[in-house]
Design a protein around this ligand. Structure first.
Ligand code: G4P
Length: 277
């Protein structure tokens, strides 16, 4: 299956992000807690060497929280500080500040030995489309005073919001391209990071059904009475009929129903990645 969805403006976006990264000390890299591997962009991590990266697992309210622990361990073992967040919840701002302050302190301890001290740190939110970057920035700005601050050496007129006395956040998040292999594309399509019109609906549904049958068979049984011996046509028909729709199955409608159920937590908290792949 060929995925041809690289939007032209993205290449420019990536160049701009690399420029923005140079300005900051901390990167809040947002992962979708329903796809903690597929929503990672390792290229940008490479471009962020020397910066402190904090991984924010967003949309935990929609994720399989017990499985998520494995992913948090996986990334923590790689050395990344991790936080589980719900970007709409104002309470997480304090956690982000506390973790960032710890990092600032560590940095200053190192600098102190050379007689230096960093007064302020600058940060940016990065992540693939729809992961919740703007939501987080909005949540932060509800609590914080927005101000345009000039930092030495930063010529662009960039707006920063004040996260705390000493932490500033770039108001424009960096949008990253997800990876483009087939499986990642399918996972990101299910969670809504890739527009629904980009991948063939049938491929997305088949992938979601086989994944759920393998990993969460009880959820499918309870919601649609789907069982592992069912053919793909039977499964799609069962989803269609779950809305009391009659007559010939309209597969585009099944797609809308099924994807909406998944995204609206009607099948419970889910993770569409697996660590072993
Ligand atoms: P982006 O800037 O990274 O592209 O993402 P954005 O903040 O626009 O968020 C994309 C969608 O994800 C929004 O929903 C937003 O409300 C939702 N969202 C963000 N964080 C969370 C979270 O922690 N949990 C849940 N459940 N949803 C979250 P939308 O339907 O596009 O918009 P809206 O209906 O919320 O306005």
């Amino acid at each position: 299956m060929a995925i041809n969805w690289y939007p032209g403006h993205m290449a420019k976006g990536v160049r701009e992000i690399k420029e923005s990264i140079k300005l900051v000390d901390i990167i809040y890299y947002m992962l979708d807690a329903r796809a903690p591997i597929s929503s990672m962009n390792y290229d940008i991590l490479d471009a962020s060497r020397g910066k402190k990266i904090i991984l924010l697992f967003n949309k935990v309210d929609l994720s399989d929280r017990s499985e998520l622990k494995k992913y948090i361990k996986y990334y923590s073992d790689m050395g990344y500080p991790c936080l589980e967040i719900d970007a709409k919840n104002i309470k997480i701002v304090k956690d982000i500040i506390n973790l960032s302050k710890k990092i600032l302190l560590e940095k200053n301890l190192k600098l102190e030995s050379r007689g230096l001290k960093e007064k302020e740190i600058k940060s940016i939110v990065l992540g693939i489309p729809n992961v919740g970057k703007s939501t987080l920035i909005n949540t932060i700005s509800k609590k914080r005073i927005m101000e345009v601050k000039n930092f030495p050496g930063v010529t662009r007129n960039i707006s920063w919001s004040k996260l705390s006395e000493d932490i500033f956040l770039l108001d424009t998040p960096g949008v990253l391209l997800p990876k483009l292999d087939e499986k990642t594309g399918l996972v990101l399509s299910i969670i809504g990071s890739i527009k629904d019109s980009i991948l063939p609906e049938m491929e997305v549904m088949k992938f979601a059904l086989s994944f759920l049958l393998k990993k969460y068979p009880l959820r499918l049984k309870e919601k649609y009475n789907i069982v592992s011996g069912d053919t793909i046509d039977t499964m799609l028909e069962k989803i269609y009929k779950s809305r009391n729709l009659q007559g010939e199955v309209d597969y585009s409608r099944v797609f809308v129903i099924f994807l909406k159920d998944i995204r609206d937590y009607k099948l419970g908290g889910l993770i569409f990645d697996d660590l072993e792949r």
